[in-house]
Ligand binder design. Sequence first.
Ligand code: ZN
Length: 495
Amino acid sequence: MRTKITASWIVGHANGRHSLIRDGEIVFEGNRIVHVGAKFEGPVDRTIDTAGKLVAPGFIDTHVHSGHRASHRLITDTGRPMYYGQPFLEISVPKEGKVVKGDPRYLKHGDAGSEAAFQLNALFTVAELIRNGVTTFIEYGSQLRVQDALLAEVERLGSRAYLAPGYDCGRWVGDEQGRLKRVRNDRLGEEGLKVALQWIAAHDGAAGGRIRGILVPREVETSSVEVLRRTVRAADELKLPMATHAAYSVIEFYEVVKEHMMTPIELLDSIGMLRPTLNIGHGNFVADNPNLNYSVARDLELMGKSGATISHCPINIMRRARVLDNWQKYADAGVNMSIGSDTYPRDMIMNMRTASYLGKIMSHTYFAATSGDVFEAATLGGAKSVGRDDLGRLSPGALADIIIIDLDGRGSLRYGPVRDPVKSVVECGVGDDVDTVIVDGKVIMEGGIIPGVDFASIRAAAQAAGEEVWATLQDWDPLGRTHEEACPWCYAMDQ
Ligand SMILES: [Zn+2]
């Protein structure tokens, strides 16, 4: 089956970068693109007319923590200063001996209601990503059953994902006084790596190749050097990409320096882990960051020389008063920039805009972090992070992962006059503007509708799950706070 898309604007590809094509056509046959450019003269079975819209490669979200993220809503405009703005310490570190309630990512096998909760989280995640034009996503190390549920939804709804259970050598907990405490268990990490490898052996290549494996030792400070070494060995042997949180938190940076007498990035370099197919989340607290007051700054140079990737999640870090310092320095050093949504909203267009604006401010020039740069990070950067040259671009031979973006702001005046469609999307767009999503040559969303997905019922189920998360905070919060104490309402509640 051969399909032709006629378009006012196409983001094409030439000489390793995107290009712009006006009044062009794309043709794909089966799951591969066979033509991008001027008029296609051959016969086709179907034509999709996209007059007035932008046809682009699907987005690649390189940093997804699955679920509805209800717990994250408890730290808006607030939090504990001792965590230096690191969200996961706020919302996923329970009092010692307790578990975080209401989030199925922390449920154990056999817990009541868990099946439905896993399923809701997976459906919410995959549906939200598709709705926002994400054709490939990388899940950042949730546990086994979360991955099983995601796999089922990706298979059913037709998108593409890099999945596998993550692992670590122990976690952070809150002690009896609510202070941070690290619980270490190196064997847990070694066993976790085995589980990940088994999962990958069973599922890599599933759903016609749309599911692929990735090795995720979750955080550098909660991984033993031995587990990291074994991860590198497995990645080399099996040609797998890797992802880990590193240079992402003030506490993690100093913990690693204290334990290893190296920065997190120097530690990764010392075991040969730095490479384009290492996705470093978020890589913003590097030794070069003046806020860390570290006197020997080699991190950016090491990351750049190796071409390592960062998953930059601008909305999520900015909300916690943190920033990437800065886009231009990273790009000049040779770091592969990719973009992730991390928490919520899973809106790659808003994330591109935020990356661009913060990039300009922090680089002190409006020539930095251009619309073209951030659009490439959201597509080609992500593809490079998983070692793929058949994703993130619209060119003959690439997989037909294509999105069609509405440029009329869903019937509003939001866009105004459109001159350059990519600049307009980055400046004026939102994820909802994605109208149609094609993955592997198959239309999986049309007119904003994903067959078999009812947004209203998912929203209602997520709201109910959120109410439970908020109501049970006191059971596990290291300070024993209610949600109203931990996160006061924006105004005094007036009955
Ligand atoms: Zn993360």
